[in-house]
Design a protein around this ligand. Structure first.
Ligand SMILES: [Zn+2]
Length: 278
């Protein structure tokens, strides 16, 4: 959704939403600047550079994806993340994550259904060769790709020319990220409840509706209940438990350790995980 497609009223509303302390504390525009003016100037800069909005977004998405993958492989070691990872031999990238999400302000005017419409992380990229630095939010990947917007003169503005230079973008080259997938166990439900003596006690404590829902969702894949690294519990089709006629509990002992459900349980779900190839 580009600004040219909005009505005057929608533009006014969007401009208002983008001021500080409305959809975000910092704002997407400062207190007085004109949205259309900022947008058009940046558009001219990008067009004159012969680089496309798509190339800029693709490159940011690729670098963000690579640093996320590296930190995931390191189990999110925040000391390392803060120091930064070297990506593609010349970009030093660090990031900070927040609890809340920043959503796309355009979404409040007209539904944005595309990827990356919210962000919880800010990134700093230093080009080690040229010493050029850019700072941006992961939301920029979406803002630039779908709205051709780099933000106004706020803390989060990503100057398009500085960005193109720091990333050393060249015309007619594809910077699209290469995504791969793997299966991982993701936490979908957890409890801190201590002193649970048996799986059945624990399951009885959760409403049968919740269990039924979880079972419906993931029965075919198996449900993985985990307490420690050394314990695996999988629910699968059978007729043992009272809350469902179609489920029984299978306990697997690993490394010869017996299951001890004394510190609460966590429920893991196997799902496909998408990542950018490093
Ligand atoms: Zn959007």
């Amino acid at each position: 959704m580009l600004l040219e497609k909005l009505t005057k009223n929608q533009l006014d509303e969007l401009e208002n939403i983008m001021r500080p302390d409305i959809s975000s504390q910092e704002g997407f525009l400062n207190k007085s600047e004109d949205l259309m003016f900022v947008y058009k100037i940046d558009k001219q800069v990008v067009n004159a550079s012969e680089i496309t909005f798509e190339q800029i977004s693709d490159k940011l998405e690729t670098l963000v994806g690579k640093v996320k993958r590296l930190s995931w492989l390191d189990n999110f070691d925040w000391d390392k993340i803060e120091k930064g990872y070297i990506v593609e031999g010349k970009f030093k990238i660090s990031f900070v994550s927040y609890r809340g999400y920043q959503h796309c302000p355009f979404n409040e005017i007209k539904k944005c259904s595309e990827d990356f419409e919210h962000s919880d992380s800010d990134y700093t990229i230093i080009n080690l060769k040229t010493k050029k630095l850019i700072f941006f939010s992961a939301l920029h990947i979406h803002l630039i790709r779908y709205h051709h917007f780099f933000e106004g003169h706020t803390k989060y503005r990503l100057d398009p020319l500085k960005c193109i230079e720091a990333l050393e973008l060249e015309p007619l080259i594809s910077y699209k990220p290469v995504y791969k997938t793997q299966y991982v166990w993701n936490l979908s439900f957890g409890t801190h409840r201590p002193k649970i003596n048996s799986i059945e006690d624990y399951l009885d404590d959760i409403s049968s509706e919740t269990i039924k829902k979880l079972i419906e969702e993931v029965l075919n894949e198996g449900i993985y209940l985990k307490n420690t690294e050394k314990m695996k519990v999988i629910l699968y089709k059978d007729k043992l438990l009272s809350f469902s006629t179609d489920v029984k509990v299978l306990i697997i002992e690993a490394d010869g350790i017996k299951i001890n459900i004394s510190h609460g349980l966590q429920l893991f779900k196997k799902s496909q995980f998408k990542y950018v190839e490093i």
